[in-house]
Design a protein around this ligand. Structure first.
Ligand SMILES: [Fe+2]
Ligand SMILES: [Fe+2]
Length: 277
């Protein structure tokens, strides 16, 4: 990595809720059925984006049985993670920013949504920063990230102004794909296709951020933690997509967290402990 790294022993402003290793193991791929036309539109857009990205990058999952060109090596996985996480950090920030501006403009409360959305963006940026400890992106990659950010930031901002509900559904489906992607990478490690990651230690900042316990500080565990975060984003955004965007309070805010914690089906979906804003 270039430059000096900042010490990571300070307590982050958004500390992670500590996840038990047995919980992160229990995260599963899940799909919310697209019922109405707007759900189908959101799902169709995600499927199209995924197909385009896979086509352009020559990505094929389950490496072991494929020809040499399509084998997902450690480098290919990390490149994919870095690109995807650079995109994943956008929606929460855009949604949080637009709701913040709306709250100011309309001079009314936000009912606790902004903080969850900004925390999601922060969490995605932590994913990116963690993976950057394992690779140094080249010029082409940086150019791709810049291009993707320009297009996605503008497109998502416009879409969120038109229909925040569809946008949360879209992010929910995007996060379903993220859970699938990380599950495949985890399976690749378990099946011995990524030998250099078998005993690789997770970067220090990851150990501190997720408070990874002794004995669960390798690459395999790291991907389990990241996947659990994606499962949480999936459940949070699908839930927000079900709500009245103007009137409903955010059920993931501190005020409602106990009730929601009991009701959530996904073991990886933990809730933040910050107060309602
Ligand atoms: Fe992520
Ligand atoms: Fe995510």
């Amino acid at each position: 990595m270039r430059g000096k790294t900042a010490p990571h022993h300070r307590i982050p402003n958004w500390p992670k809720v500590v996840m038990d290793p047995s919980c992160i193991l229990a995260v599963r791929v899940a799909h919310r059925r697209a019922g109405c036309w707007s759900d189908k539109m959101a799902l169709g857009t995600v499927r199209f984006l995924r197909w385009s990205m896979d086509f352009v990058t020559g990505y094929r999952p389950t490496s072991g049985t494929l020809s040499k060109n399509h084998i997902m090596t450690e480098e290919k996985w990390i490149t994919r993670f870095i690109f995807l996480e650079s995109v994943a950090g956008v929606p929460g920030m855009v949604a949080g920013m637009l709701r913040h501006l709306k709250s100011i403009r309309k001079m009314r409360r936000d009912h606790g949504w902004i903080e969850t959305l900004l925390e999601e963006a922060y969490n995605e940026r932590m994913h990116l920063l963690t993976f950057l400890k394992l690779a140094e992106p080249g010029l082409l990659m940086r150019f791709m990230v810049l291009g993707a950010q320009c297009v996605f930031f503008s497109g998502f901002s416009l879409a969120y102004l038109v229909s925040p509900q569809i946008c949360h559904r879209f992010v929910g489906y995007l996060e379903e794909e993220a859970v699938i992607t990380y599950s495949k990478a985890i399976a690749d490690i378990e099946n011995g296709f990524l030998p250099r990651w078998t005993h690789l230690k997770a970067p220090d900042m990851a150990v501190k951020y997720w408070q990874m316990p002794e004995g669960h500080r390798n690459m395999h565990s790291l991907l389990l933690y990241v996947r659990a975060d994606e499962a949480k984003h999936r459940d949070v955004n699908h839930t927000l997509g079900n709500l009245d965007q103007n009137k409903d309070p955010n059920p993931f805010s501190a005020k409602f967290r106990v009730q929601v914690q009991n009701a959530l089906p996904s073991p990886g979906a933990t809730l933040q402990s910050r107060s309602n804003a």
